[in-house]
Structures are given as C-alpha cells and as structure tokens.
Design a protein around this ligand. Structure first.
Ligand code: ATP
Ligand code: MG
Length: 188
C-alpha cells in the first residue's frame, strides 16, 4: 500500500502541465452525453464560458437543454434544427454537414470559450456527411487552453488518436430493454 501510494504520488508530481484537452466519449453504453454535461457543470462552477453544439437533435424536452439554456455563460446550438440529416441525398446532407461544422468552427476560434461540447459529432462523421480531416484540422488549431468534449457511438480511430482522453462506455444492461421508457432526470 505504502509503495503504491509513493508511485501514485510521484505520477501526480510529474503531471505538472496545463493544456486544453480533447476528450472523446464513445461506445454503446449509456453515459456519453450526460458525462459531457457533468463537465459543463464543473466548468460553470469555475466561471468558464461554454459552447455546445448538438449535431443530432434526439428530442426537444431534455432537462440539460432547459437547464443550460438558462445559464448566461452557455451558448447552446442545435444543428439538427431547421434541417434534417439523412435526406437520402448525399450532396444535401454534405451541405448540412458543412453548415453545421461552420457553427462549431466559429466556437473553436473563440478563445473566450473554455469548454466546447460537440454532442453526437460522430454521427455525421460516420455517415460521411462531414469530412474527418476538416474536423481534425480545426480541432488542432483551436486556442491552446480550450477543452473540447466529443460524444457519440463509433468514434473514428483517427479522432481517438488525436484525443488526449478517450473513454469507451460499454453497454452491460439498459432499463429500456426491460420495457422501461426514458425517465426524466436520468435519460432526458
Ligand atoms: P446519456 O445522454 O444518457 O448520457 P448517451 O449519450 O450515452 O446517453 P445516446 O446514444 O446519446 O447515449 O442516447 C441517449 C438516450 O438513449 C438516453 O435516453 C439514454 O438513456 C438512451 N441510451 C443510451 N444508451 C443506450 C443503450 N445502450 N440502450 C438503450 N438506450 C440507451
Ligand atoms: Mg448522447
């Protein structure tokens, strides 16, 4: 125990750098978006300004959207609003991807935003509606102290390679499969 503590203490002492982090939360298990929203609460507590872009609008009545839209330090963009993905027309979906990414890019150029959440970004990436290279280029040229959290299933390998912290959430069990619908405060 003592030896273990010494090793951990030494590792903590060695980690003395500060940097804007790129985090990827992926996998089929529940907890990707809600983890990102948890980090938003932390960042708000420290007085940081936050930008959110939701690339897929699952539903309009989520508690997080209601709560965070009330926070003056949060800008919340829904990029599925006013247009839909998957029109069965690749050129239209690519145009949607381009317009959606332009909003995210603007946030990635704003050094006053300490944290940016790109929720469900993996969805347009996986379907080829958004170029991974474009995304990686803009991520790498963002302000050096800006943190970015990306969520969504099936994160591309190159995105995980570029990230500093990657977590894969594994689905062991989900109440939905027992016939329980999405519960307020837990699922939405
Ligand atoms: P959450 O927002 O709860 O953190 P998530 O971001 O990991 O979930 P999404 O794929 O974005 O997962 O799906 C969001 C919704 O789908 C939530 O209501 C969540 O409870 C539900 N969900 C997530 N994973 C599963 C699963 N493996 N099986 C069934 N429902 C799921
Ligand atoms: Mg999610």
């Amino acid at each position: 125990m003592q030896r273990k503590k010494a090793v951990v203490d030494a590792a903590i002492a060695r980690a003395d750098q500060d940097q804007g982090l790129l985090l990827v939360l992926t996998g089929n298990g529940k907890g990707k978006s809600s983890s990102a929203f948890g980090m938003m609460a932390r960042a708000l507590g420290h007085g940081m300004r936050i930008g959110v872009a939701q690339f897929v609008k699952g539903r309009s009545d989520t508690g997080e959207e209601i709560f965070f839209r009330r926070q003056p330090a949060v800008v919340w963009h829904v990029l599925g609003e006013g247009f839909t993905w998957k029109t069965q027309d690749l050129s239209r979906d690519t145009e949607t991807g381009r317009r959606a990414w332009a909003v995210a890019r603007e946030m990635l150029h704003d050094p006053s935003l300490g944290l940016i959440v790109l929720d469900e970004l993996t969805y347009p990436l996986r379907h080829g509606w958004l170029e991974l290279d474009t995304v990686l280029t803009d991520l790498s040229s963002r302000p050096s102290m800006q943190h970015v959290v990306i969520t969504g299933r099936g994160a591309p390998t190159a995105l995980c390679d570029a990230a500093d912290t990657v977590t894969e959430l594994r689905d062991i069990k989900h109440a939905f499969r027992a016939g329980i619908r999405a519960q307020r405060g837990i699922d939405l």
